[in-house]
Design a protein around this ligand. Structure first.
Ligand code: CP
Length: 311
């Protein structure tokens, strides 16, 4: 019998997820991808479930994708954005969430700038918690949709070379991708200027490149991250122009390497800085497939967590 629940009641990150959980989410997403390509895209699976989407940080893709996934599963959906809430009047996170939960909410999707916020909530409230990005820590559903999108292009993850380019030090996507791809058997590298690569990566069995051409020659998949302009509290790079010159992914370089590298980017893109438009919009790019797959992955996560619902 196929399992219809995860080994844990929350999705707080990929680090503590079992490889079997990841495989189960990817397999389940396959079924939901079929569902969302049908003329009738909705299933009654979560008809009795209420889900609150709590976004304390800006988002386009993740917020819309979760909302759509929840609606496709027939859940009742509440959307909360801190910008227009009583958080602005000084209400604490726990008070805010407990007030929302008193309205009988079963699952909470949370994005917050403070690393560990989803874990804090999981320890204090009776609801399934899903991390939609916590500061520079993890973004588990992004890593799952990235892995799923890679899986559509290759027969196996085993031995596949995936390089993550750019602002690694500020990136929750990088960390979740490293954990996820390694658990699936891929080899992971990062490439960027030394100031944007955290020292602890050497403990994670990750190869480090400081030269973009060498990294591109090594990889089958290039996952390009944006420079997080909102988190550059000190000067990590001399200028964006120089960053683009030495670390941007340009068509001329890809043409010179002449290799079928799959190009990814989690978005939002700083066009002309970390990646040129003629690369982002090329046939090698699967950026919009990543966004499409996000809905199926989030449907799978919500469905499987509802299988071991707390509260
Ligand atoms: N990839 C991603 O997390 O995008 P948003 O910030 O728009 O949700």
């Amino acid at each position: 019998m196929i399992k219809s629940y995860l080994s844990q009641p929350h999705l707080l990150g990929i680090q503590n997820l079992l490889p079997e959980d990841i495989e189960l989410i990817l397999q389940t997403a396959d079924n939901f991808k079929d569902v969302i390509n049908r003329p009738i895209k909705k299933v009654p699976t979560l008809r009795d479930v209420t889900i609150a989407n709590l976004f304390f940080e800006n988002s386009t893709r993740t917020r819309i994708s979760f909302e759509l996934a929840e609606k496709r599963l027939s859940a009742d959906v509440l959307n909360f954005s801190s910008a227009s809430s009583s958080v602005k009047k000084g209400e604490s996170l726990l008070d805010t969430v407990n007030n929302i939960l008193s309205m009988k909410v079963d699952m909470v999707v949370i994005r917050h700038s403070a690393p560990g916020t989803p874990t804090f909530l999981a320890n204090h409230i009776d609801a399934n918690i899903i991390n939609a990005g916590d500061g520079t820590h993890e973004h588990p559903t992004q890593a799952l949709l990235d892995a799923y999108s890679i899986g559509e292009h290759f027969n196996s993850y085993k031995g596949l070379h995936v390089c993550i380019f750019g602002d690694i030090v500020h990136s929750r996507v990088a960390l979740s991708n490293i954990f996820c791809l390694q658990k699936l058997g891929a080899k992971v590298a990062v490439c960027g200027p030394p100031t944007l690569i955290p020292k602890f990566l050497s403990e994670l069995n990750v190869q480090i490149f400081y030269n973009v051409e060498a990294a591109l020659r090594w990889c089958d998949v290039a996952n390009v991250l944006r420079i997080q302009l909102e988190r550059q509290e000190i000067k990590y790079i001399p200028s964006l122009r120089e960053y683009s010159l030495y670390y941007g992914i340009h068509k001329e370089l890809l043409d010179k390497i002449d290799k079928d590298i799959v190009i990814m980017h989690p978005g939002p893109i700083n066009r002309g800085i970390e990646i040129d438009s003629d690369v982002a919009d090329s046939d090698q790019s699967i950026i919009l497939q990543q966004v499409e797959n996000g809905v199926a992955i989030r449907m799978a996560v919500l469905f499987l967590l509802a299988g071991n619902r707390v509260g």
